[in-house]
Design a protein around this ligand. Sequence first.
Ligand code: URA
Length: 216
Amino acid sequence: MTEPLDLFSTPDADADVPDAAPDLATLRERAAGCTACELYEGTTGTVFGTGPATARMMFVGEQPGDQEDRALEPFVGPAGRLFDGALVEAGIAREDAYVTNAVKHFSFRRQGNRRIHQTPKAGHVRACRPWLDGELALVRPHVLVTLGATAGKALLGSSFRITAERGQPRPWQDTTLVPTIHPSAILRADPDRGQDAEEMRAGFVEDLRQAAELLS
Ligand code: URA
C-alpha cells in the first residue's frame, strides 16, 4: 500500500528510499540513523511510531514536539494527553493502535533556552515519507486517521483542506482514511477567532468515534 511516487519526484530522492524492511523493529532501527533532511540536527533523535504491527487503526500526526523529542515517543506531551483523553472517550484503546507522525524529527527554532515548534516544510514531509510508507506497509491498518493539516496533506496531497474535509472518511489505498483536526489545534483554540475549545474537542471525539465504528 504505497502511495504513488509523486512525493519522491526530486532528482536524487531515490537514494533516500530504503529497501522494504521485514518488520517494524528493523524499520525503526534504520530510521534512527536518518539524516535525509536537516531536522535531525539538534534533536535527541528519530521519534518513530509506537504500537503493535497488528494494529487495525493507525494515527498519523504532524511531528514530535519538545517532550516527544526528549522521550523519543510520539504524543506524550500536552497534545498527547488531550489525544489520550479523547481516545478514551471515543472507546479506542491507544495500546491497540499504531501512533506515528508524518515527520519523525522535531522541527523547532530556539528562543533563549526554549525550543519553539515550527511547522515542518513540504521537503521535510517528503524526506520522511519512506518511513511512513514503511510503517503503512508493515501495519496495513484497516482505518487510518490523519491528525491535522500536515498529516492530511502528506497523504491526500496539497489540495487537502482540513476545515472542509475533516470527519469525512474516504477510501485510500487499501484502507479507509478519516481526516480530523490535530489535538494541538484544540489546545490553541482562540475565542477571538471564533474557536471554542470545548466544541472543537467534542468534534474531535466524534471523528474518532466515527473512525472506531469503521472497525466494526
Ligand atoms: N504533535 C504531533 O503531531 N505529534 C506528536 O507526536 C506530538 C505532538
